[in-house]
Design a protein around this ligand. Structure first.
Ligand code: G3H
Ligand code: 13P
Ligand code: ZN
Length: 341
């Protein structure tokens, strides 16, 4: 089947009361890992690429690899999503290239660092919604800023300074018509999210519950949702790495989110850890090796294992065959007939 809209996957996830992991990719092996995990667990798949990933893969390599994925895994409903689009232009260029879903992250200015105003965010996001929906493409917006690198405070610091305001979230959804809403509840991108297991003081699940209470029909998105498992940290450190002790988002908190409106869960760091650990292990144990396949294959297998585990934990496993794809043209018609978030 062709690439499908993310709106369809998330609507189905809401009906079935499960979440869908969105996994970042930069290269062929990462795409293969996700598609193999999706086949093994019979899961729908959201593959997402950041601006950095688009630049690394020269855009066209990524797009054609995704076409290969749809050819080789025709039974898997698959979305190609732009992660953290920094401007209207970036989103439009992704749409032109064939992405079936885009994130307009107007919570930050186009520099990707400076927190923006509510008015700027609404204006930019609405413009993307108008363009995207006319083509049946899904839009994710963000209100509030994550901690760490995303708001320019430096990795791992202060995920609590720009939490999503529930009242603003309601206004934002009403003003923009986004299909999915990313919220800030204390998480950060990367490995260094929390210095100890998060509590209600550092990971604000109560805020998420309040937003869901006010927006019961909006698909919520949790960014910075890697769990940063100790065993993956340990493998890296055992084979010469130097990660400092750190904590991610516990799976049970994500599962609580899924019971309360979270439909998309962004995971990149856990896969980076799995890949790096596997490569380090080969380099450490077999220093004579120099065929890239000798370490890329275990790296791909390690990522597949993490993705399959997350697909099962988020509840999307078993749902790949539940529905027939809706074409982007049909989605565009549905938006014309005032499909709202
Ligand atoms: O948003 C963060 C994702 O992990 C993507 O990271 O911008 O380094 O590709 P990146
Ligand atoms: P992690 O760094 O926790 O994997 O988050 C990824 C993310 O939110 C991508 O948008
Ligand atoms: Zn993110």
């Amino acid at each position: 089947m062709p690439l499908v809209s993310m709106r369809q996957l998330l609507d189905e996830a809401a009906k079935g009361a499960y979440g869908v992991g969105a996994f970042n990719v930069n290269n062929m092996e990462q795409i293969q890992a996700i598609m193999e995990a999706a086949r093994e667990t019979k899961s729908p798949a959201i593959v997402q690429a950041s601006r950095g990933a688009r630049s690394y893969s020269q855009d066209r390599f990524l797009y054609h690899l995704m076409l290969a994925a749809t050819e080789l895994y025709p039974e898997i409903p698959t979305v190609l999503h732009l992660d953290h689009g920094n401007s209207v232009e970036t989103c439009k260029s992704a749409i032109a290239m064939g992405f079936t879903s885009v994130m307009m992250d107007g919570s930050l200015m186009p520099d990707g660092k400076t927190p923006s105003t509510f008015e700027y965010n609404v204006k930019a996001t609405r413009e993307v919604v108008e363009t995207a929906h006319s083509k049946g493409i899904t839009v994710e917006g963000e209100i509030g800023c994550l901690g760490g690198i995303e708001d320019g405070h430096g990795a791992g610091l202060d995920g609590l300074s720009h939490l999503t305001d529930p009242e603003q979230a309601v206004e934002f959804v009403r003003e923009t018509g986004v299909d999915a809403l990313a919220i800030a509840i204390g998480t950060s991108h990367g490995a260094y999210k929390f210095t100890s297991k998060p509590t209600g003081e550092t990971l604000k699940m109560d805020r998420l519950l309040e937003i869901h209470r006010r927006l019961p029909n909006t698909h919520l998105v949790m960014h910075g949702s890697s769990s940063v498992p100790k065993d993956l940290q340990d493998i890296i450190n055992q084979y010469g790495g130097k990660l400092k002790p750190t904590w991610g988002v516990p799976i049970e908190e994500i599962q609580l989110g899924i019971k309360n409106g979270v439909r998309k869960i962004n995971v990149d760091t856990d896969n980076r850890l799995a890949i790096t650990g596997a490569i380090r292990k080969v380099f450490w144990e077999k220093p004579e090796e120099f065929d890239p396949r000798s370490y890329l294959k275990p790296a791909r297998d390690a990522m597949k294992k993490v993705v399959a585990q997350r697909m099962t934990q988020f509840g999307q496993a078993g749902h790949a065959g539940d529905y027939a794809p809706i074409s982007l043209e049909a989605m565009a018609k549905r938006y014309q007939q005032h499909l709202t978030a």
